[in-house]
Design a protein around this ligand. Structure first.
Ligand code: ATP
Ligand code: MG
Ligand code: MG
Length: 350
């Protein structure tokens, strides 16, 4: 059998590894930590830094294809990896998706609608950016942000200094605040032959900057905007010659779908596809990167509701399981810190 190498050993790696095992593949994890959620289901774990190109190359030589569940890896390192074997998705997808400024410029060039934005390298830039996009805005670090970390809200020009300090005075982007009614994601898989399939878009509800719930069907407002959002997502995937699962987040606004950000990987808002779709995002990611035909992404239920278990939420799993409609997923994390994703529950209605 072949071995899939996964950069990153968190819950996304764990769920990719489970899908890979079902298809008869072995998985090997490369991550800087000593262990993690993927260790329980993956027979090999290599501890190494994402900057250690020699170690990454040796890892690539030891597997048949490399993928990742964590996108903040140096694209130059990924390019070197690619000379040691197949890396899917490729370095260009990482380059675009890990830098908010590059990402928004890329999407605008493809004709997509984004929040108004301006680059910020210092306080002077920030004042100019506020003049350009308005003072109702969000300052975001260009790199490494997730779950709303590395962001500061501005409501008037006087908030500039506080926001600049709050994000640690680093390379950033100022985004005008988008007025939207709802949020949704488009998750697609693109095969090695360029074939694209989409899952049904979920309405995503965030609490405190963290995804809380994803519900399919998403309702009429979002459903009306899904075709345009899908067309943009496919353009992005084609332009990157993308292979694997790609996620694009959108705001449903009065002007149509506004692109927020992309993730070059399987996504939290797609966890409901494990039970709620004929083929899950994890299985189709494995199929795509291994050059296999893609599975059907159609809904397997009338309604699918996926709720994250964050921090202490995970402790009440007895109560969750007392409802037979609930599917419980726990990631094997030992310590329930506030804001930490411990697992999720998917509930299907026929
Ligand atoms: P993720 O965990 O999804 O990667 P993140 O840290 O990358 O999150 P974003 O997706 O950029 O953060 O923002 C988090 C949330 O903040 C969005 O889902 C949305 O609710 C809100 N938000 C972000 N940017 C804007 C904006 N320009 N206008 C209005 N709301 C926004
Ligand atoms: Mg993000
Ligand atoms: Mg986001």
């Amino acid at each position: 059998g072949s071995t899939i190498g996964i950069l990153g050993g968190g819950q996304l790696g764990r769920m990719i590894a489970i899908a890979a095992a079902q298809l008869g593949y072995r998985t090997a994890i490369y991550a800087p930590e000593e262990s993690g959620p993927a260790a329980d289901v993956s027979p090999r774990w290599t501890r190494g830094s994402y900057d250690d190109v020699a170690a990454l190359a040796a890892f690539a030589d030891s597997v048949d294809v490399v993928t990742y569940e964590f996108e903040n890896i140096d694209p130059a390192a990924v390019e070197i990896l690619a000379t040691h074997g197949l890396v899917r998705p490729g370095a260009q997808a990482l380059r675009v998706a890990q830098d908010r400024l590059a990402e928004k410029r890329f999407v605008c060039d493809l004709g997509g609608l984004t929040a108004p934005f301006a680059p910020v390298e210092d306080l002077e830039d920030l004042e100019a950016a506020i003049a350009q996009v308005g003072s109702r805005a969000i300052l975001k670090t260009n790199r490494m942000g997730y779950d709303g970390k590395g962001q500061a809200r501005l409501n008037d020009p006087g908030d500039a200094v506080g926001a600049w300090n709050a994000i640690g005075r680093q390379s950033a982007i100022l985004e005008g605040f988008v007025t939207f009614a709802e949020e949704f994601s488009v998750i697609l898989v693109r095969g090695a032959d360029g074939q694209v399939r989409f899952w049904d878009s979920a309405a995503n509800v965030h609490v405190g900057g963290i995804l809380d719930t994803s519900i399919v069907p998403a309702g009429p407002l979002i459903e009306g905007q899904v075709p345009a959002a899908r067309a943009l997502a496919q353009k992005i995937a084609d332009a990157l010659d993308y292979v694997g699962v790609l996620t694009c987040e959108f705001f449903a606004s009065a002007d149509g779908p506004v692109f927020n950000e992309m993730a070059p990987r399987v996504h939290n808002s797609g966890h409901g596809t494990i039970e709620g779709a004929l083929t899950s995002q994890f299985e189709n990611h494995v199929r795509a990167i291994c050059g296999l035909p893609l599975g059907d992404t159609a809904l397997a239920a009338r309604r699918v509701e996926m709720c994250n278990l964050i921090g202490d939420d995970a402790h009440d799993w007895q109560a969750i399981l007392s409802d037979p409609a609930n599917h419980l997923h726990l990631y094997g994390k030992h310590e329930a810190r506030p804001g930490r994703k411990m697992g999720h529950v998917t509930r299907l209605s026929l």
